[in-house]
Design a protein around this ligand. Structure first.
Ligand code: AMP
Length: 176
């Protein structure tokens, strides 16, 4: 299956959730078993030889392919969640959004120095969310960190927020 076919399967919703946003709806991609399998195969092929021990998914759309990828890579799955959702002691990172400040949290014992981490979310826009996640996992002294998104909105240049030596992979790319 071609990347063009997968790219075309994402539904674009104009002005959702607010005016001016071109929302990439991945539910149309996921509802096809062949598309889902193709995405899973791409992720597996890309990371199977990297020694990934934990896939860390970001709430909430990082929870779709995150655990599925962890299973195939023989890795564990760790959630990064919005404040107040995780029950044990957490480490938190705040980040600036378009309007105001937001935060994400991870359990303090979820990552160790022996872990090779694959950070995963559905979409790279400005990069603020993933940059905060990267800082969290970096603080926990993971041995190595890889970053993956299903989708990249290239015009927003979210990659610029990350150090040059971090490997960032995306599968589907859009201009808007
Ligand atoms: P950012 O921190 O700006 O990179 O935003 C990334 C997060 O916001 C991801 O978790 C996405 O799920 C969501 N997001 C941002 N922009 C869009 C968009 N145009 N379509 C769908 N989701 C988006």
């Amino acid at each position: 299956m071609s990347i063009e076919t997968l790219t075309a399967a994402v539904r674009n919703i104009s002005d959702f959730p607010i005016k001016g946003i071109q929302f990439k709806d991945i539910t149309t991609l996921f509802q096809s078993p062949t598309h889902l399998k193709e995405l899973s195969d791409i992720l597996y092929e890309r990371y199977k030889d990297k020694g990934i021990t934990k896939v860390v998914g970001i709430e909430s759309r990082g929870f779709f392919m995150g655990p599925a990828t962890a299973l195939r890579l023989n890795a564990g799955f760790v959630p990064i969640r919005k404040p107040g959702k995780l029950p044990y002691t957490v480490i938190e990172e705040k980040y600036t959004k378009e309007y105001g400040v937001d935060a994400i949290q991870i359990h303090q014992d979820a990552i160790t120095e022996d872990d090779v981490v694959l950070l995963h979310d559905d979409l790279l826009a400005t990069g603020g969310t993933m940059a905060a996640a990267y800082k969290l996992v970096k603080k926990m002294q993971a041995k190595k960190i890889y970053i993956n998104f299903l989708i990249e909105l290239e015009m927003l240049n979210g990659r610029a927020l990350f150090p040059d030596d971090v490997e960032i992979n995306t599968i589907l790319r859009y201009d808007i």
